[in-house]
Ligand binder design. Structure first.
Ligand code: NAD
Length: 494
């Protein structure tokens, strides 16, 4: 990956994109489009189709037809495996162009995007390609007079609604296991970041995925997202995004066909640093990356720093030095460490929560303001607040921006109480040189993942899912396959 290839790709115009239904590009039935603005410079990038409920209906019908036709749903697992490996190969071949397209759309720095987006999507397709013929059904331990079989069957049509941060990675976390199990999929990307997922759908078809098995409807959440959530012929709905929308999806299910709904939601993840951490300098470096990379637009971002009082001042200073040294700016530059906030709307939300933190009495250590206004893009300085109390808004609500609150604590018990003191339970980290304490903290913290002496980076082999109001499903690992199958018992009298 070199700067000149990135620049060449970034200079190419992006053609207006339609909806991808039944293996074809189509316009929205009412002709509506949405402008796509790049957060890099605030300039128009292209347009995407704004799907109506009728378009969603067409996409679901296409998915159902493909499911019944059986070219994918009843294909031998070895055939499905071949196609999914081909898709992984194609993503790898096109990695840089996919990454640049995504960065122009949502502003993630290219150094992160290249690994987290095409890199991770290819790995996910490969993981589920390998997994799909290694999860057998069961023969139940019955009496000799009967044979009890447990079949694992695809559910049918999966609706997947995904957010604007890491669309390819999160999209692949849903699409790949759903396809591996033999389902058809209707994907609804975020209106803020649809472009790389539209290309992924085309890649899948080019690699031999039968038409109609993967359909993409772009547009506004309140229109096409709602239509997908309410659709009576969607069997399972998988979602990554905010808690507010997650609640709506549960309502849609209740109001329609009681489809199963799996939610991956937000977090307010505690990063707990004990005075006995092996290397405070290294901890500060990794902790800064854990909140400030992608300008904090990471669901598992360590947005609450719980630090033991004896080292609180020293550690906050180390972190502030990391924050000030961070290179924030044009995400297409290879040396940029934190890119743009994905939209002006999100930047306004971040600025609003920073102002509120100051109003509620937190003290600003560094950052706190929009930067680089001359670029026309949406950039915000890495921001640290000290003196944060657990009841302040900045300690309880997700910002989804480059904002860290520092909360000092005294004992292990205090740390556990504060760490578990929000409605969320997505991720956490513990920094300590004491093995016993590390294991105690892993057990005591109520979160889907607890890192020890690191932050982030968990791969496909382990599940990611929230506890409490951070969600109820799991992406990644073999556990994710369970969302996309129905169990069926055959009870046979011999
Ligand atoms: P969002 O909830 O605003 O939007 C997510 C998706 O839902 C988009 O595609 C949007 O169009 C759609 N949507 C919006 N309104 C809808 C409605 N009424 N009905 C149906 N669909 C609707 O989230 P976002 O701002 O795109 O993403 C940020 C959020 O996602 C944060 O809370 C973040 O923590 C969370 N997130 C969680 C994970 C995880 O794995 N747990 C990963 C990444 C992001």
């Amino acid at each position: 990956m070199d700067q000149s290839s990135i620049d060449a790709l970034a200079a190419a115009p992006v053609a207006p994109r339609g909806l991808f239904i039944g293996g074809q590009w189509v316009t929205a039935s009412n002709g509506a489009v949405l402008p796509v603005t790049s957060p890099i410079d605030g300039q128009p990038l292209t347009t995407i189709a704004d799907a109506s409920a009728a378009d969603v209906d067409a996409a679901v019908a296409s998915a159902r037809r493909a499911f019944h036709r059986g070219l994918w749903s009843r294909a031998a697992p070895a055939e499905r495996k071949k196609v999914m490996h081909r898709i992984a190969d194609a993503i790898e071949r096109e990695a840089l162009s996919l990454a640049v397209l995504g960065v122009r759309d949502n502003g993630t720095e290219i150094s992160m995007a290249i690994k987290a987006e095409p890199g991770s999507a290819a790995g996910t397709f490969r993981y589920y390609a390998e997994a799909l013929d290694k999860i057998p059904g069961e023969i139940a331990p019955t009496a000799e007079s009967v044979l009890g079989l447990v079949h694992r069957e695809p559910v049918g049509v999966v609706g997947a609604i995904v957010p604007w941060n890491f669309p390819l990675m999160i999209g692949a976390w849903k699409i790949a296991p759903a396809l591996a199990a033999g389902n058809s999929v209707v994907l609804k990307p975020s209106e803020v970041a649809s472009l790389s997922l539209l290309r992924l759908a085309e890649i899948c078809t080019e690699c031999g995925l039968p038409e109609g098995v993967l359909n993409v409807v772009t547009g506004l959440g309140a229109v096409s997202g709602e239509a997908l959530g309410l659709h009576p012929d969607v069997d399972v709905l998988v979602f990554t995004g905010s808690g507010g929308v997650g609640r709506r999806l549960l309502e849609y299910s209740a109001r329609s066909n009681l489809k199963r709904v799996y939610l991956e939601l937000g977090g307010k993840s505690p990063n707990v640093v004990f005075a006995d951490a092996p290397d405070l300098k290294q901890a500060a470096k990794v902790s800064a990356a854990g909140i400030f990379r992608n300008s904090g637009q990471v669901c598992v971002a360590g947005s609450r720093l719980l630090v033991q009082r004896a080292v609180a001042e020293e550690f906050t200073e180390l972190l502030a030095a990391e924050a000030r040294a961070m290179k924030v700016g044009n995400p297409l530059r290879l040396d940029t460490q934190a890119g743009a906030i994905s939209s002006e709307m999100q930047l306004a939300r971040v600025a609003g929560m920073v102002a509120q933190a100051a109003d509620e009495g937190a003290s600003l250590v560094t950052g706190g303001a929009r930067i680089l206004p001359e670029t026309g893009g949406s950039y915000f300085a890495p921001t640290i607040f000290a003196g944060v109390a657990p009841e302040m808004t900045i300690a309880r609500e997700e910002v989804f921006g480059p904002v860290l609150g520092v909360l000092p604590f005294d004992t292990e018990e205090d740390a556990i109480r504060i760490a578990n003191g929000t409605d969320y339970g997505l991720a956490a980290a513990v920094w300590t040189g004491n093995l016993g304490r590390a294991h105690r903290m892993v057990r005591a913290i109520d979160a889907g993942v607890v890192h020890v002496n690191t932050y982030g980076g968990a791969d496909n082999t382990v599940p990611l899912g929230g506890h409490r109001q951070s969600g109820n499903g799991h992406d990644k690992s073999l556990h994710a396959m369970d969302k996309y199958v129905n169990l069926k018992t055959a009870w046979i009298q011999l």
